[in-house]
Design a binder for this molecule. Structure first.
Ligand SMILES: Cc1cc2nc3c(=O)[nH]c(=O)nc-3n(C[C@H](O)[C@H](O)[C@H](O)COP(=O)(O)O)c2cc1C
Length: 182
């Protein structure tokens, strides 16, 4: 069974509608480790050795977060800056993550139509995620297509429930050997 690590980051989970609805659907799910970074490190004081050890124990790493300023909440950057050490994750001796897969699970406020060349954001979410992709490449990891839930600002409760079901199914398929697609 493929082992999945979800590095979850939402700095205001108490106000969340969508991400907060997704989490209960995977609590205790076999093969999936949910790691809530703001809960474990409220002061951003990340335990680097613990994070590296978690990475080694999993095959697929997924950053799960709301899309903030075309990127991720600050915790994810802090995690990257501290955990992906030279000589461990990259560099001539940095081979710890070689061959693992990595990706993003994202909720956006903007509708799907607002992204891409024709949209008012002018670029796709995939374009904005280029630093994640290149970071994966530098670490000899395979970057997967992002899983995106668009348009969360106006999403209805029944659509949220549909997204919860689809999200759990996506993780089950990934765990059981299928690819990360929507
Ligand atoms: C600081 C901040 C920055 C945001 N930046 C973006 C953005 O760049 N693009 C976008 O589509 N939505 C943006 N949003 C909207 C959030 O992505 C959206 O509210 C969130 O994904 C909804 O999920 P939740 O209900 O779990 O909080 C931003 C929200 C905040 C608070």
């Amino acid at each position: 069974m493929t082992k999945i690590l979800i590095l979850f980051a939402h700095p205001a989970l108490e106000k969340s509608r969508v991400q907060a609805a997704l989490l209960p659907a995977i609590k205790g799910m076999q093969g999936v480790t949910l790691h809530d970074l703001y809960e474990v490190y409220p002061d951003l004081n990340i335990d680097v050795r613990h994070e590296q050890s978690l990475l080694l124990q999993h095959d697929i790493i997924l950053f799960q977060h709301p899309f903030y300023w075309y990127s991720a909440p600050a915790m994810i950057k802090q995690w990257q800056d501290l955990v992906l050490e030279h000589g461990w994750a990259y560099g001539s001796t940095g081979t710890a993550l070689r061959g693992k897969r990595i990706g993003n699970i994202i909720t956006t406020g903007g509708q799907e139509s607002s992204y891409g060349k024709e949209g008012w954001n002018h670029h796709s979410v995939e374009d904005f995620l280029l630093p994640f992709k290149q970071t994966a490449t530098l670490c000899n990891m395979q970057y997967m297509p992002p899983y995106i839930i668009y348009g969360t600002l106006r999403i209805t409760p029944s659509l949220i429930q549909e997204e919860v079901v689809a999200y759990r199914r996506m993780l089950e398929e990934l765990r059981d050997g299928k690819s990360l697609t929507q």
